[in-house]
Design a protein around this ligand. Structure first.
Ligand code: HEM
Ligand code: SF4
Length: 580
């Protein structure tokens, strides 16, 4: 993985010291909260319901064991013993004291980490495929390019005050595993007919209140020109993106307003000026960065381990886990293991300090000291010898990391919702738990097969509900009770789509029953080997809607107490304030 050089380290260390002084001035009253706000946001520190929340960047989701142990230490020493892994491959801590945050950032800097550009209207953490470098369907390893983009976007002076936040994802497999269609820029690194490396570039995707699937702006940008091409996209956006209305400020709105053809024309006119300039990549530079992502010391092994088959036959739990959580590796004798952070009854994406330490130990013993965050809020050990799978499973089971549910109904993506987030209309986490408990039966989940279920507590779509096969959103209603809209037909990957709302919204307790009815229609209508999403696409929404709304949903309602909270200052000041 990439290691900081002396310049990286110096920049990060200096930034911590500046921040330390800013916190000192805030605590002594020299700075008002209003003056301090843009300073802390530039260091990933938000104000949420319980106090300060820190979002730490994990570049393209890669974590060394040393870094994972640092997260465990931060969780234990400064937080309430856990952290939350997010869909954008970051980690968030929710219960921090302001006076501790400079020390936290100092500790993070000691393991080459920071929280810069995890908030604000800048280029955010570059995300990528969690199976990068090990997937069997990989065309080109995206990691060197993800790192080049990270270095280029960090502190890029021209793009520090964009009209709005900007998210880039890059994927290198035949199948998109980085949700590139739902990003401001989505990059698919690939090869043309001549075997040359280049990028299919998508632009103007995004979720939030106006969900849009990205459009192709260029079919193939040769690798040498990818930075300048991305730079031109950002320059056009920076110049013409709407700064007068934060709800219309994302690039997707500009691309829609101009149309993709006119947007492309403007980008390419700009690009003509900078195409062969200093941003052009050289073979030496790509090689230099790629040298951080060479293969670990793989042994020469084969894919056939009789002990595994025997154990699978003996243990149903193990064979279920092998089926759902273990993925094929490009090197014979190795496997990719997904550690589930979705055991029913737990909070999706949360890991305790003990779990983080256990994961660091497992990574050291079985996966060359590295783990990865998935964009579904799970963790991956990417390089496990197949002959270690039984021991790994036994050890990980002791830490509740082996729920065999990857890609199944209880592998729910959920945002923090009303228990943490000041923008929420409704709770997400308790709903995720209620649903997971209701459909916990593994036989049932295996029968349903692959399905995605995403929950967001409001229209901002942090739980990416628009691209869930079933999406649930907390909606604003005058009575201030919790109401949820249900959408159907969303999907990520190569065939991405935005789900459509099925009808009037539901109360908290009705939602599991609604899901049950949707599943019953699927079980009734599915054709052989058809996934839930395939059935929805084939028969349309009609039969699902009809059955859900056919008769009353008989469930006991719990009383909902007021959860409406006033948004903190950062959501009422314009994001584009020149003071930021
Ligand atoms: C609790 C603190 C959080 C706050 C205040 C927050 C705020 C927001 C806002 C305002 C948006 C809408 C942006 C727009 O439409 O322009 C957004 C989008 C998003 N957030 Fe969060 N978020 C939080 C936590 C999270 C977490 C925990 C995750 C991951 C689990 C996450 C992932 C995302 C994603 C994937 C999007 C939609 C993608 C897009 O930007 O188009 N956020 N967030
Ligand atoms: S979707 Fe809404 S409720 Fe959930 S974290 Fe994002 S802003 Fe908060």
């Amino acid at each position: 993985m990439y290691r900081y050089d002396e310049y990286d380290q110096q920049i990060v260390d200096e930034r911590v010291e500046q921040y330390r002084d800013q916190v000192r001035r805030r605590l002594s009253g020299e700075l008002t909260e209003e003056e301090f706000l843009p300073l802390r946001l530039q260091n990933g520190l938000y104000m949420q319901i319980h106090g300060y929340m820190l979002r730490i960047a994990v570049p393209y989701g890669f974590i060394s064991s040393r870094q994972m142990r640092m997260f465990a230490h931060i969780a234990r020493r400064y937080d309430r013993g856990y952290g939350h892994f997010t869909t954008r491959q970051n980690i968030q801590f929710n219960w921090l004291k302001l006076e501790d945050t400079p020390d936290i950032l100092t500790e993070l800097a000691s393991v080459e980490m920071h929280a810069i550009q995890t908030s604000g209207n800048c280029v955010r953490n570059i995300t990528s495929d969690e199976y990068a470098g090990v997937a069997r369907d990989e065309v080109v390893d995206p990691r060197p390019y993800a790192e080049i983009l990270r270095q280029w976007s960090t502190f890029h002076p021209e793009f520090a005050y964009l009209p709005r936040k900007f998210k880039i994802a890059i994927s290198g497999g035949k199948e998109d595993r980085a949700a590139i269609y739902a990003h401001d820029i989505g990059l698919a690194v690939t090869k043309n007919a001549q075997g040359e490396v280049g990028f299919r570039v998508l632009v103007g995707g995004g979720l939030g209140r106006t969900p849009v699937i990205g459009s192709e702006i260029c079919e193939f940008v040769p690798w040498q020109h990818i930075l300048t091409y991305v730079e031109s996209i950002l320059r056009i956006y920076n110049q013409y993106g709407r700064r007068d209305n934060k709800y219309k400020a994302r690039i997707k709105i500009l691309v829609k307003a101009l149309g993709i053809d006119e947007f492309r024309r403007q980008v390419e006119a700009d690009w003509a000026d900078i195409k062969d300039g200093p941003g052009t990549l050289t073979v030496e530079e790509v090689k230099r960065v790629a040298s951080f992502f060479t293969d670990p010391a793989y042994e020469t092994l084969t894919d056939h381990d009789p002990a595994l088959n025997e154990f699978k036959a003996d243990s149903r739990s193990f064979s279920n886990w092998m089926l759902r959580n273990v993925k094929p590796h490009r090197v014979p004798g190795y496997a990719i293991v997904v550690l589930s952070l979705k055991k029913p009854g737990t909070v999706p994406g949360d890991a305790t300090a003990e779990q983080m330490e256990a994961i660091a130990d497992l990574a050291d013993r079985y996966s060359f000291g590295e783990s990865r965050i998935t964009h579904q809020q799970n963790l991956v050990l990417a390089d496990v010898r197949q002959k270690d799978l039984i021991r790994l499973w036994q050890e990980a089971t002791a830490y509740e990391l082996t729920a065999p549910n990857i890609g199944l109904l209880t592998d729910i993506i959920s945002c923090p919702g009303a228990e943490f987030c000041t923008l929420a209309n409704a709770r997400s986490i308790p709903l995720a738990k209620l649903i997971a408990e209701r459909f916990e039966s593994l036989d049932f989940q295996h029968d349903i097969g692959e399905i995605t279920l995403n929950i967001s507590g409001c229209v901002n779509a942090c739980g990416q509900h628009h691209i869930g096969n079933i999406g649930i959103t907390g909606v604003e209603k005058k009575d201030h009770d919790e109401w949820y809209q249900v959408s159907l037909g969303g999907a990520e990957g190569n065939n991405s789509s935005i789900g459509k709302i099925i009808g009037p919204s539901f109360t908290f307790n009705q939602v599991p029953e609604v899901i049950d009815r949707l599943l019953q229609v699927y079980l009734r209508e599915r054709m052989e080997a058809e996934r839930f999403i395939d059935t929805v696409r084939r028969i349309g929404h009609g039969p699902f809607k009809e059955y859900v709304y056919a008769t009353d949903l008989a469930v006991e309602e719990e009383e909902v107490t007021g959860k409406h909270v006033v948004a903190p200052a950062e959501y009422s000041v314009p994001y584009y304030s020149p003071r930021f």
